[in-house]
Design a protein. Structure first.
Lengths: 349, 382
């Protein structure tokens, strides 16, 4: 046993003099950094309190505890917050059904995820019908806003991305060029400029008197941007489907749409699930950009809370908490994407 | 191959020419209708404010100052000069970011490949943490959570006694140019373009042609010698004088861009090296090549070919992400134009067209240049 350990240490830490030196150096750095970090985050930290005054030299987690509701729900009316929770559960349930590999009705569940589910969530969040009180979107905020933005954007831009991908491969020059230009322009500019455009130019392009909700404008901007990325991923999947599949579909008399719907797209989608999940992860991270154009997502509301005179100068704690939340969500999604990738690989061999 | 896949499989479902014309005609009609309708609405909005589409505002006086610029800019300059100055600021932070992201990314990537468990663990912890948190959050964290909490000038953190970090930014020694310095600087940059040309023109055995890289090195040495000296930052009263200062906005944006891209570059480096079949390495080792030569002659040339298109993409992403500087008031093109200028002049359409146009041009130029580089590397395959 000790021999085994000794050999492990030799091959993994001290395989050569240089490696040994690097190992020792890394241990020294970690020995300085980690205990200091641990002391700041836990030993010297204060977890309960109502103002900055309770905090000493360590982390002031009391700030997070005090503001947790806002970080999750934004300024959503406290009495109505159960609706946000319920909407979250609905999203979770539909998503779980859609990604559960052994679900026999998986395709149907995916379809419901992008149709019925947004409708239910929308009714719950907005209200104004079925006796639910109306909650204007400028009161939405916090983490729930990031999640809603992500889902709404995916629901709009995934179908749009399929159409753009097919359009870019079309034999009709007008359609091919229109789709190519749309995709390349949106991929060539930063998301922030697309969001600015949606904020300031969208109202100008619509007739006088039609006002457009700010949140909706952000969703339009995000959807246009993300659909270009989805289109390129799906196009990759379409190219990955063997030509024989197209020919076989045509040979048994299926038309263009029938062949794509029943033969090509299901196979293409299976190939690009990891790519799509990675884009969704990027989208979820990028929803924080709406804080620059004046919506109060998690990042925006943390920034706003830092201006509270009771809690001045707590940027480290606020942003560390937000980072932790994003890390947990994104890391879970990337683990899922990796497991799908492995399944695709093993199914092929 | 590429040709076939571009036109898809349309040949399998041939369309009557008349149908094809009809479908495209309808597409043009629908597209045209929306463009005209949007144009009409925009025109009536503008008319109500007594404005029309006009880029002439670029010639009028800006009237605002910039907190930081590398070109000279005064409030009495025009909007056009503000555009040029902001563009230079965007390029500055992008260039700095690309250099540090590449170095950091290769460092983290090599750590992950080192075979040393500790280095691998530390490197993957950093990579996963950075990749799974929003870039904007990181930039704001560096700015609000680190740089704004730094001490005042009097209690500056000293870095080796020649650089100082405090709440006003990073103070560095600045070179004082001598008579020939600016000429040498230009020649130094040109020499990077010159070396590949020399290698092609002069009949030298290819493996020895790396000698030509001594030329930029010699120029750099001459440049250092030509300097009159260095201006060191020194504390005078409440602030530093002498040297040069990188404002906290620049440092935070630079850090945020570099670290985020570095994490992605590290993954690209790792994946590209791992994609090379073990047989290649084993063959090199059995030829008696030392690990370093195996890396330089066998692994890197093959891995580089896989890496370049992906790293190119990361560079383009980094340039686009420099727009996130708007969140911490770094005076780059989105902050200055889509922010300040748009609010002052009210010219939403013109401003957004300019800003998006600038990014499109940067992107097209960079991807064209890097596509050529990629072609050159790919050709060596045979």
């Amino acid at each position: 046993m000790t021999e085994k350990i000794r050999r492990w240490i030799h091959t993994n830490l001290f395989s050569s003099p240089l490696m040994g030196l690097l190992t020792v150096f890394t241990i020294v750095v970690l020995a300085v950094v980690l205990p200091a970090l641990f002391r700041w985050a836990f030993l010297d930290a204060v977890f309960v309190g109502s103002s900055r005054a309770v905090c000493g030299g360590g982390a002031c987690w009391a700030f997070i505890a005090d503001r947790l509701d806002q970080f999750i729900y934004g300024r959503y009316a406290p009495a109505e917050r159960w609706r946000v929770n319920l909407a979250g559960l609905v999203l979770l349930a539909f998503t779980a059904l859609a990604i559960w590999p052994r679900n026999p009705f998986r395709v149907l569940c995916v379809a419901l995820l992008v149709t019925l589910c947004p409708a239910i969530v929308g009714v719950l969040m907005v209200g104004g019908v079925f006796g639910l009180a109306f909650v204007p979107t400028d009161q939405w905020g916090g983490l729930s806003l990031n999640i809603i933005l992500t889902f709404a954007t995916v629901a709009i831009s995934l179908p749009l991305g399929v159409l753009l991908a097919l359009g870019r491969r079309s034999g009709l020059p007008v359609i091919r060029w229109a789709c190519t230009i749309f995709i390349e322009v949106l991929r060539g500019v930063p998301l922030l400029t697309v969001l600015f455009m949606a904020m300031v130019m969208l109202p100008m392009f619509l007739p006088e008197g039609i006002t457009f909700d700010r949140l909706l404008r952000a969703i339009v901007g995000l959807s246009l941007f993300v659909s270009a990325y989805f289109a390129e991923i799906i196009r990759g999947g379409l190219q990955g489907v063997p030509r024989g599949q197209y020919e076989a579909a045509a040979a048994i008399g299926l038309g263009f749409w029938g062949a794509h719907r029943q033969v090509v797209l299901p196979q293409a989608f299976r190939l690009v699930v990891p790519g799509i999940v990675n884009t969704v992860i990027d989208l979820f991270k990028d929803t924080t950009l709406v804080s620059i154009i004046g919506l109060f997502d998690l990042l925006g509301i943390v920034g706003q809370s830092l201006k509270d005179p009771n809690w001045l100068g707590l940027g480290r704690e606020g942003y560390a908490f937000a980072a932790l939340v994003f890390f947990v969500c994104c890391y879970a999604m990337s683990l899922f994407s990796q497991s799908v990738e492995r399944r695709i690989k093993s199914a092929r061999h | 191959m590429a040709r076939k896949s571009r036109s898809g499989n349309s040949a399998l479902w041939p369309m009557k020419p008349s149908h094809a014309l009809l479908v495209q005609g309808v597409a043009i009609a629908i597209g045209g209708f929306f463009i005209l309708w949007f144009g009409h609405n925009a025109a009536s909005h503008l008319a109500r404010r007594g404005m029309q589409l006009d880029f002439g505002f670029l010639g009028s006086v800006a009237g605002f100052g910039m907190p930081f610029q590398i070109l000279s800019f005064a409030p009495t300059d025009t909007y056009f000069m503000a555009l040029v100055t902001a563009f230079a600021n965007t390029l500055l932070v992008s260039a700095l970011g690309i250099v540090t992201a590449t170095i950091l990314g290769f460092g983290l990537g090599v750590m992950r490949l080192s075979g040393n468990w500790l280095l691998e663990t530390v490197s993957s912890a950093i990579i996963e943490l950075v990749r799974n948190t929003p870039q904007l959050l990181q930039i704001v964290f560096w700015y609000v959570g680190v740089l704004q909490l730094l001490p005042l000038a009097r209690e500056s953190l000293s870095i080796g006694g020649f650089a100082y970090l405090n709440i006003r930014g990073l103070f560095l020694p600045a070179p004082i140019g001598g008579a020939w310095s600016s000429v040498l600087l230009i020649v130094f940059f040109l020499s990077f373009a010159l070396v590949p040309l020399l290698r092609r023109w002069l009949p030298v055995e290819p493996r020895r042609s790396s000698v030509f890289w001594l030329l930029p090195l010699a120029l750099l040495a001459a440049l250092v010698v030509s300097l009159k000296g260095w201006s060191m930052p020194a504390l005078k009263g409440f602030n530093f004088s002498g040297g040069m200062v990188l404002p906290p906005e620049l440092v935070a944006l630079w850090a945020g861009l570099s670290l985020y891209s570095a994490a992605f570059i590290a993954e690209i480096v790792r994946a590209s090296v791992e994609a090379i079949s073990r047989g290649q390495v084993e063959a090199a080792r059995s030829l008696g090549l030392k690990p370093w030569l195996t890396l330089r002659l066998v692994i890197l040339p093959q891995a580089l070919r896989l890496m370049i298109p992906q790293i190119t993409n990361q560079y383009l992403n980094l340039i686009k992400s420099s727009s996130l500087g708007a969140a911490i008031a770094y005076p780059e093109i989105v902050q200055i134009f889509a922010g300040t200028v748009l609010n002052q002049s009210g010219r939403a359409i013109e401003v957004m067209v300019i800003v998006m146009g600038v990014f499109l041009v940067i992107n097209l130029a960079a991807s064209a240049a890097l596509a050529r580089l990629n072609e050159r590397v790919a050709l060596k395959e045979r």
